[in-house]
Design a protein around this ligand. Structure first.
Ligand code: FAD
Length: 462
C-alpha cells in the first residue's frame, strides 16, 4: 500500500500530512471509554484528504482502489467509539468541505454530507421554517453525513424515534469504492444499507431529510423527589401527543448537583432533575404534569437565548459534562424495554447504588414511549465494567456497548446481512474503514466470539 502513490496521482487535492494534524484528524471521542482508550490511542492515518466536491471524492476513492490504500470517511470526528478512526492506517477522507445545501422545500431538505447540523438548521429555519426532526446533542459541531453514518437518535427522538425508524431519512447519495466508482441513490428501504454503517460500505455525499416545524423552543429544568418520579413525568410528557416537545431526559439525584456547573447550586441536594424542551405555546401545560409527579420548575429559558443550551446536558453530553469534573467516569448505553422498564431501572439502582448513576432519555419508538439509559459509571477495572454490562443484560436490559469499536458489538450484536451484502458490492476490496464490520472478516461471527471488547485483552491497537 502506498499513500504516497495516491497523493502523487492527485496533486490538486488539499492534503494534510503534518503528523500532529493527521493524528488529530484520526481521532474522535473514543477516550470516553477506558477500554477504547487503551486499545486505540496509537491509531493514526498517514494522510488526510480534504475534497471540495464529489468529483474529488470520486478521484480519491478510485486512486485508493488502484493502490489498495484503506480509506476512512470522517465528518467532524465527534463519534464515540473510534468510528472514524483508521484502524489500518491509510488515508482519512475529511468530508467537511462538502457543505452546501442543494435545495429546500416545505418539509424537506437535501444537503451535502459535510454540512454542519447547526448551519443546516439556520438555513432550513430561514428558508422553509423547518428543522431536522431530531439531532444529536453535538448539533453545534457534528456533520449531517456523520450523524447518518455514525449516530442514531437525539433531541427530537421523543417525538420521532431513531434514524432507523422508516421515514426519518428520505434519500442518500453514496459513492462506491471501486476502480471506477459509481454514484448510487438509495431511497426507501434501501437507505438502511448505508444508514449507521460507520462508512464501511460507501461514502455518503448527499443526504435528503424530512423536516419538522421549527418552533421557538424553551429549555425547562425541574427537580423531583426521586429518579422514578422524574421519569414518570417525562414519560407522561412524551405520551402527550398534543404538546410539541423536543426533549425529555432525567438524571439521578447527585448528577446535576455534582456535574452540571451552571445548575449545581440550583438543584436541591438529594433531588433528581428532568431536562425538557417544549415549544413556547405549550409551556403552560407543564404545570399540571409537574404537580402530578411532585416536580418543581427551577429554570425556564428560550433555547436560543441560553448561554449553553440545555440539550448540551443531555444524551451523550451528560457524560461529557461529568467527565469535565471527574475523569474517573465512563458510561453505558442501554434500552430499558417496556412495560417493566421502571422496575428494571429501580432494580439496577438498588444493585449498583452510586457506582452506576441513572441518566435516562425518553424516546417514542414505533409509537411506544420508552427510555434509553446513558448511565454514568464509576470506572474501576475492565472486568468490573464487563460484569456491570452482564448484570444489566441478565436482568433484561439491552446494552449497546459503547466500549466496542465494531458495528456489530456496539449495536444489536448480530450481523446485518443487508449491510454486508451492500459492502460486497460497494467495497469489494474491503478498503473502507477496515476493521469496523466484523461480518466482512468473519461472516459466521456470533456474539459468543467477542472481537473488540475483550479480544485484544491487554494488547494495544488492533
Ligand atoms: P464522525 O464522528 O466524523 O463520523 C461518524 C461515523 O460516520 C464514522 O464511522 C465515519 O467513518 C462515518 N462517516 C462520517 N461522514 C461520512 C460520510 N459522509 N459518508 C460515510 N461515512 C461517514 N450521537 C447521537 O446519535 N445522538 C446524540 O445525542 C449524540 N450526542 C453526543 C454527545 C457528545 C458529547 C459526543 C462526543 C458524541 C455524541 N454523539 C451522539 C455521537 C456523534 O456526535 C454523532 O453521532 C454525530 O452526528 C457524528 O457526526 P460527525 O460529523 O462528528 O461524524
Amino acid at each position: 500500500m502506498t499513500v504516497q502513490a495516491v497523493m502523487a496521482e492527485l496533486p490538486a487535492i488539499d492534503w494534510i500530512t503534518d503528523p500532529a494534524l493527521v493524528r488529530q484528524r484520526s481521532r474522535d471521542f473514543f477516550w470516553y471509554s477506558p477500554v477504547l482508550k487503551r486499545q486505540l490511542n496509537g491509531v493514526t492515518a498517514e494522510a488526510v484528504a480534504c475534497p471540495r466536491d464529489e468529483a474529488e471524492v470520486i478521484a480519491i476513492m478510485a486512486a485508493c482502489v488502484k493502490h489498495q490504500v484503506p480509506l476512512t470517511p470522517r465528518g467532524a470526528g465527534t463519534g464515540n467509539y473510534g468510528q472514524a478512526m483508521p484502524l489500518k492506517g491509510g488515508i482519512v477522507l475529511d468530508l467537511m468541505g462538502l457543505n452546501r445545501v442543494i435545495w429546500t422545500k416545505p418539509g424537506m431538505v437535501r444537503a451535502q454530507a459535510g454540512i454542519k447540523l447547526i448551519d443546516l438548521d439556520a438555513i432550513t429555519r430561514r428558508e422553509v421554517r423547518g428543522e431536522l426532526r431530531f439531532h444529536p446533542s453535538t448539533k453545534r459541531t457534528a456533520s449531517l453525513g456523520g450523524f447518518i453514518a455514525g449516530g442514531s437518535a437525539g433531541i427530537g427522538s421523543c417525538t420521532y424515534g431513531k434514524l432507523r425508524e422508516p421515514g426519518n431519512i428520505l434519500g442518500l447519495r453514496v459513492v462506491t469504492m471501486e476502480a471506477t466508482p459509481r454514484v448510487l441513490e438509495l431511497r426507501g428501504a434501501d437507505i438502511d444499507k448505508a444508514n449507521h454503517a460507520y462508512g464501511t460500505n460507501g461514502v455518503i455525499t448527499e443526504v435528503e431529510m424530512p423536516l419538522a416545524p421549527a418552533w421557538d423552543w424553551v429549555d425547562v429544568l425541574s427537580e423531583f423527589p426521586d429518579t422514578i418520579s422524574a421519569a414518570r413525568f417525562c414519560e407522561a410528557l412524551v405520551a402527550s401527543d398534543g404538546i410539541a416537545k423536543k426533549m425529555a431526559g432525567v438524571v439521578a439525584p447527585g448528577v446535576a448537583q455534582r456535574y452540571f456547573k451552571p445548575f449545581m447550586q440550583m438543584v436541591t441536594p438529594g433531588k433528581a432533575a428532568a431536562l425538557v424542551m417544549v415549544a413556547e405555546p405549550f409551556l403552560d401545560l407543564l404545570a399540571p404534569l409537574l404537580d402530578r409527579f411532585g416536580g418543581r420548575q427551577l429554570y425556564v429559558v428560550p433555547t436560543e437565548q441560553a448561554e449553553t443550551p440545555l440539550y448540551e446536558f443531555t444524551w451523550n453530553h451528560t457524560t461529557l459534562q461529568a467527565l469535565k469534573v471527574d475523569r474517573g467516569l465512563t458510561y453505558l448505553q442501554t434500552l430499558f424495554p417496556t412495560p417493566h422498564h421502571f422496575d428494571l431501572i429501580a432494580k439496577m439502582d438498588a444493585t449498583f447504588g452510586d457506582e452506576v448513576m441513572q441518566h435516562l432519555e425518553f424516546v417514542r419508538l414505533n409509537g411506544v414511549v420508552t427510555c434509553f439509559g446513558l448511565q454514568l459509571v464509576r470506572f474501576t477495572t475492565e472486568e468490573r465494567l464487563a460484569e456491570i454490562i452482564r448484570i444489566h443484560e441478565d436482568a433484561g436490559a439491552l446494552i449497546f456497548n459503547p466500549h466496542a469499536f465494531t458495528l456489530e458489538e456496539g449495536g444489536m450484536k448480530r450481523i446485518d446481512s443487508e449491510q454486508l451484502d451492500f459492502k460486497r458490492v460497494a467495497d469489494p476490496h474491503g478498503l473502507l474503514n477496515p476493521g469496523k464490520m466484523i461480518a466482512w472478516d468473519d461472516p459466521d461471527w456470533t456474539p459468543e466470539r467477542p472481537q473488540s471488547f475483550y479480544l485484544y485483552g491487554q494488547a494495544d491497537a488492533p
